[in-house]
Write a protein that binds this ligand. Structure first.
Ligand SMILES: Cc1cc2nc3c(=O)[nH]c(=O)nc-3n(C[C@H](O)[C@H](O)[C@H](O)COP(=O)(O)OP(=O)(O)OC[C@H]3O[C@@H](n4cnc5c(N)ncnc54)[C@H](O)[C@@H]3O)c2cc1C
Length: 282
């Protein structure tokens, strides 16, 4: 027979893995393989910028997905999901009114206290704009509490750009948005061509005042951090949002381990100076 503390432990374990139903209220295609989902939740999410949820479809599986809306809108969850394999294909086949399982929010977050009073530089590569949006939204909502706000957003080609309308709105609202593609591939494109590192050497930037938040493919970090380092931005003021393959989201399974840390619990958001001694991090 289980004693009370064992029962309590089992209950906690069950709760930790128990999803709540999320009803899809809006779906929109962002690119050929990226689909936007707005989901209504029964219980408030209470998330912070940069956190993620575990999204499941019964009988198929579960995956970590970044939250793209800013905090505050608690019963709503916005996500952009790229069709890449079995689960994401099934999620793409869901319709408005269907339900998916949501548990979380999980992981560390971008703490706004570290950004107040500073110039803020966001660097987003591809899908990295999705979690960064959950930080950009609250920063813009209180823009007078920050210095200069700049976003460098890059993707492979014009057809892969996410949140195009939102980028236009942010530009109209006065945010400096530098939009880049690796290559136009002969598609119409009125913005820049080049990698997200390209504008950094010429950026008007006060290194002592700047804090940077980066999210993109693994290969991006090394080069962006080197470019920021060359402009004397301190590693203490560079935050990175790292994705690792993860299963449980609660530091149990070890899939996302980087040296001694678990990306799902200690991350996905890290101050770069805390990662500098972990050889497997970047
Ligand atoms: C913290 C975090 C946040 C994420 N946020 C988002 C998001 O906002 N939107 C989004 O579309 N995706 C996001 N992902 C990635 C997403 O979890 C995977 O794409 C998903 O698990 C794939 O599931 P699947 O069953 O469709 O693919 P599978 O059938 O499991 O895999 C298909 C192919 O993709 C590869 N693959 C699967 N997952 C990953 C991964 N994490 N990294 C590299 N290769 C992988 C597999 O090796 C395989 O080749 C995030 C991942 C993490 C860790």
């Amino acid at each position: 027979m289980m004693n009370t503390s064992t029962e309590h432990y089992h209950q906690l374990a069950r709760d930790a893995f128990m999803p709540q139903p999320g009803r899809i209220v809006e779906i929109a295609d962002m690119t050929a393989k990226d689909r936007y989902f707005r989901v209504e939740l029964e219980k408030p999410l209470g998330h912070r910028p940069g956190q993620f949820v575990m999204v499941s479809v019964m009988g198929v599986g579960e995956a970590p997905i970044s939250i793209s809306n800013g905090p505050g809108d608690d019963n709503t969850l916005e996500m952009v999901i790229r069709r890449i394999g079995r689960l994401t294909q099934v999620i793409h086949d869901l319709k408005v009114g269907d339900t998916m399982g949501i548990r979380g929010p999980y992981g560390s977050w971008f703490d706004l206290e570290n950004f107040y009073g500073r110039d803020v530089l966001f660097v987003a590569g591809g899908l990295g704009l999705v979690p960064l949006r959950s930080l950009i939204v609250p920063v813009l909502a209180e823009a007078d509490r920050f210095g200069k706000i700049t976003l460098i957003s890059g993707c492979r080609n014009p057809a892969e750009e996410l949140y195009c309308d939102q980028l236009n709105e942010w530009t109209e609202a006065g945010l400096e948005v530098i939009r880049l593609v690796d290559c136009t591939e002969n598609m119409p494109w009125q913005f820049g061509v080049g990698l997200v590192t390209a504008p950094i050497p010429k950026l008007k930037l006060d290194p002592g005042k700047t804090v940077a938040a980066l999210c993109g493919p693994p290969v991006m970090y090394k080069f962006v951090i080197a470019a920021l380092g060359a402009r004397d931005v301190s590693y203490n003021n560079i935050y990175v949002d790292l994705e690792r393959r993860m299963k449980c989201g609660v530091g149990k399974c070890g899939h996302c381990q980087i040296n001694k840390i678990y990306c799902c619990q200690d991350g996905p958001v890290f101050r770069f100076s805390d990662l500098a001694l972990l050889p497997e991090a970047l």
